[in-house]
Design a protein around this ligand. Sequence first.
Ligand code: MG
Length: 348
Amino acid sequence: MQLSFRPYPLQLQHTFTVSGCSRSQTPDVIIAITHQGVTGYGEASMPPYLGESIQSVCAFLERVDLSSFNDPLRTDDILTYVMHLDDDEPAAHNFAAKAAIDIALHDLVGQILGQPIWRLFGLTPERCTYTTYTIGIDTPEVVKQKVREVEGRFGRLKVKVGVEGDRELIKSIREVSDLPLTVDANQGWTSAEEALRQIEWLQTQGVIMVEQPLPKHNLEGLRWLTERSPLPIILDESVQGPEDVVRLKGCCHGINIKLMKCGGLAPARLMVQLARLQGMQVMLGCMTETTCAVTAAAQLAPCADYLDLDGNLLISNDPFRGGIQVIDGRVTLQTEPGLGLIPEFRVL
Ligand code: MG
């Protein structure tokens, strides 16, 4: 097997503002794993707050030597090798780099076996629910314009809150749309009491779920809030990998799984199982990333209560076609083998 990779910075259609930061580009690396003429694609997307960069991802990928693996179907051996490659760096955060390998390997295996990945996982595509489309923080006029642009194409909207003016933002949206809303505070509310007051009001506005209301380490506050909140509390920033699912029992109603945080589909599947075992809900999210990584995440969509898989719709230089589609607001899985991606040009 041969690995190749190339930095491919993603251009965002709109400058994206959430509680805490604002940006117009996302660093990204596209990879390919080729075996006997078949190519699987993968991707590492690095929003700055996760601590990875194009340099760190390329440095990690330089160390990956797949030449000794002759059978791509032995994914367990290959991914175990990749997972432990940075064990000598205790502070390593190479999860996006690992996710890229995991995604490309799954794509390759699916193509070799002639099946879409969701089918290899034994999942039922009709179970896929609506995906949200994310509305960033902006002026009321811009927000209303963005909502009008997507009305009719999406069944649910996700609104970034957690800053001054939350209620005005929601009211602006309600002037132009009555779609169900989810909100993401991105740790922006400072006290559990303030969060509860906001959530009680949000419930009266047709909001159905709240993501990361409090700072990620405030587990005591999150536990207090989870016991009282009329809406489900889903944690995102508090959650990285499988071990966090166990740690956060009682501090939330569910977890947001993202491939770039946990290292790919293999750990994500484990997280789904751990969440179910503990009676937690499952949300599947993504970063701003291309159709490649979004389609990879969507392979687990039949397992999820909430889907937030719009990352590829927020960029203007997506190098892939094919993969998943959003039809009438619902995630519709591809039927082609692997991820079913069609590179728009010679990516690598
Ligand atoms: Mg979030």
